[in-house]
Structures are given as C-alpha cells and as structure tokens.
Design a protein around this ligand. Structure first.
Ligand code: AMP
Length: 374
C-alpha cells in the first residue's frame, strides 16, 4: 500500500498515552514522531542559554512560551525525514500554537490530515500519571499539569472540531485498544487483513488464508494484480508459477462452490504480525472425500528454517482430523531434508515411491488420522 504524506497531530491530556501511540504509529507508518516535550528535555540536557528558565516551566508543569516551541517545530518540520509526513505529539498545546502550525503548514501546502484526540476521564488520568515516574509526575505537579491542560490545551479540541479534522478515540482502555481505534478512525486498513475471515485457520504465528477460486483463476491466467486485488495482499512472485500451476489447475477442477467446501483448497501462509505472505499450503482435494488426499506446501526464502512449515502442516492436519479425513499423504523429494524431517516428526510412514512429472522421484508418506467420527 502506498499513501501520500500523512500529517497527524495527537491531542490529549498528559498521561493519555500520546507518546506510546505516536511511537507505534511512527514505526508502522515509517514517519517520524515529533515530541516537543522530548525536544525540550534534550535541549535542557544540552544546557542552552535559557536553560534555567525553561527548566522552571517544566518542573512546575507549566507550558513553555509559544514563541519558543513554535520555533522548535518550525525548525524540526524543515528536516528531510518529515517529507513523507509526521506525527506531532504534545504540539500544539495552545490555540496560539495551533494557529501558528496551520499557517506554517499552509505555506508548505501540507495541511493536517487528522487530529487524533485521545479522550480520557480526569479520574483515570491522575491514576495513570502517579504511576509514571517522571519528576513532573509528582501528584501535585501532575494535578497542575492537568489544570494547565484543561485551561490552555483543551480549547484546541473545539478549534479542530470546527475545522472538521478531529478524530476522537477512547483513550481509557489498553494501549492496544487505543491503537486499533486510531487506525480505524483514520481509515487505515487493519494490519491483520482478513482477521474477521471465518474460514482462515489461525496458529500462534500464522494465518492460513484461503486464496479462493477467483484468485486462483487470475493467477493461472497470469494476472497477478487481479489476484492481489481479490485477496488484498501482495503475492510473492515465487507463488503461482512453475510447479504450482498443475497443483492450482487440479484445485480448480475439484472446486467447491460453498466457502466451507473450499476449506481444503490452497491457502496463503501469512505472518499474523506483519501480514506478509511467506508461503502456501493446501490439499489436492477434499481429504474427507478422497481416498488419497495429498497435502502440498511451500515456504519461501527467507522464511525457511524457522518452523513455519511445521506449524502450518500441523494446523492443516488438525483441520483434516476434524473433517473426519482417514489419512493424509505427502510426497517428498528424496533430497528435501526439511520436509522429510517434518514428515518424520509428525509420525508419517513411508508407504511407497512415485515419479512425478514435474518434481521427479518422490517418496510417498502417509499419516493415519485419529478419526473423531469412529
Ligand atoms: P510532555 O513530554 O509532552 O508531557 O511535555 C513536558 C513539558 O514540556 C510540558 O509540561 C511543558 O512544560 C513542556 N512542553 C512540551 N510541549 C510543549 C508545548 N507544545 N508548548 C509548551 N510547552 C510544552
């Protein structure tokens, strides 16, 4: 997915989790999180000319002068790493700063895309602040910082609401809940695409997502972009070519129309965390119906040797067992050490050999499944 530059402001009382959300968003979106609080503390360490005065504002939980922080931001937004966007954390903190920011960004033709307001009840705030351990988080100062927020910063909520840029998010839950609420509020797709796909098989690290007949047809027709549109994921160039083609053709010839009836078909092996497609796995036909249901799988480089194949094969064997399949077959080339190890580890027995048109000599393994139906 490629998006234009993204300009975000995080707004909310001290302790609402702006810093946490800013750094997580910064990481996934690849744009810098800019915290005026961090910059001011860094300047104090470097002991600039007006250090003493500045220290007093921070120690008392009061705001540094508008002119000073506006200059800091003007300077910071001129750095090249803001080209693809930025996330402001703790700026603006007054309506004056908000207006100065608008002027600055208008001049650059880079308007703010959204202001995320992390809303949180006052009582919950105190609780959070006294559990942090910064010198300006001592109870009486924390209370004062909240007063300063209500008097000087909260008016910005109205300011941005009028400009229709406000995205209000519940900041009272866990950081993870707030993060997903922000993504939803900004209209960013959830990282875990297909997370509400009832036909997906999910393991500790993987999501086995059905490719689906339409996408298979597109791949066989050489139309990878269409397959990617249909599945919503980037399909690595290794998939759907050469040895996969006869497999996919067999899949299509045995197609079931119902989603449940497609559950045996080829699945994209995806990392749950990043969503990356790292391989594929599936049966040549429905294992509960065929006398001899063969499983096929691939994990692409550079994801091999990390136990992903074993994890995916296990999950599919569990699925086949629940379907009442009597047994599952694997054909493995005699030099495919990794797959031979998986077969042995899972209790497969070698039952013969065969010559495959594409892959040459293969050893055939079978695993009898504990049939829950009898
Ligand atoms: P923070 O880390 O965002 O909580 O900021 C810590 C302290 O830095 C605040 O209590 C203020 O004293 C000062 N500060 C940070 N950002 C601003 C700002 N935008 N305007 C004025 N003072 C600020």
């Amino acid at each position: 997915m490629s998006v234009g530059p993204l300009h975000l402001v995080l707004l909310g009382p001290p302790g609402s989790g702006k810093g946490t959300q800013a750094s997580r968003l910064s990481q996934v979106l690849g744009i810098p999180a800019i915290s005026t609080g961090d910059i001011l503390r860094a300047q104090l360490k470097a002991a600039s000319a007006h250090g003493d005065q500045l220290q007093q504002y921070l120690d008392r939980g009061e705001l540094a002068p508008d002119a000073l922080v506006i200059e800091i931001i003007r300077h910071r937004l001129g750095e090249p790493d803001t080209e693809r966007g930025f996330i402001l954390d703790g700026f603006p903190r007054t309506v004056g700063q908000g207006e100065a920011l608008d002027l600055m960004l208008d001049g650059l033709h880079r308007p703010i895309d959204a202001v995320v307001y992390l809303a949180i009840p006052a009582a919950a705030l105190m609780e959070r602040l006294v559990h942090r351990h910064r010198t300006d988080d001592r109870p009486e100062i924390a209370r004062h910082r909240i007063e300063v927020y209500l008097a000087q910063t909260a008016p910005l909520i109205e300011y941005y609401r009028r400009g229709q840029r406000l995205v209000t998010v519940d900041g009272a839950g866990t950081p993870d809940q707030a993060y997903h609420a922000i993504r939803a509020g900004l209209g960013l797709p959830d990282e875990d695409i297909g997370s509400n796909d009832a036909t997906a098989i999910v393991t500790e690290r993987l999501r086995l997502q059905l490719l689906g007949p339409e996408a298979i047809r597109a791949l066989l027709a050489g139309d990878r972009p269409a397959a990617e549109r249909l599945t919503g994921v980037t399909i690595p160039p290794e998939f759907g070519v050469d040895a996969d083609r006869p497999f996919l053709t067999v899949q299509l010839s045995r197609i079931g129309q119902m989603p449940q009836g497609q559950a045996w078909m080829v699945r994209l092996v995806r990392l749950r965390q990043s969503g990356a497609v790292i391989g594929s796995i599936g049966f040549h036909g429905p294992p509960a119906l065929l006398r001899r249901a063969e499983m096929g799988y691939t994990i692409f480089e550079p994801w091999r040797r990390q136990g992903y194949a074993l994890e995916a094969v296990r999950a599919l064997l569990d699925w086949a067992t629940r379907q009442g399949a009597p047994s599952v077959f694997l054909s493995i080339g005699p030099t495919n050490v990794a797959s031979l190890a998986i077969a042995r580890r899972l209790g497969f027995y070698q039952v013969g050999e065969q010559m495959d048109e594409v892959d040459g000599r293969e050893l055939v393994f079978e695993l009898a499944l504990a049939n829950p139906k009898g």
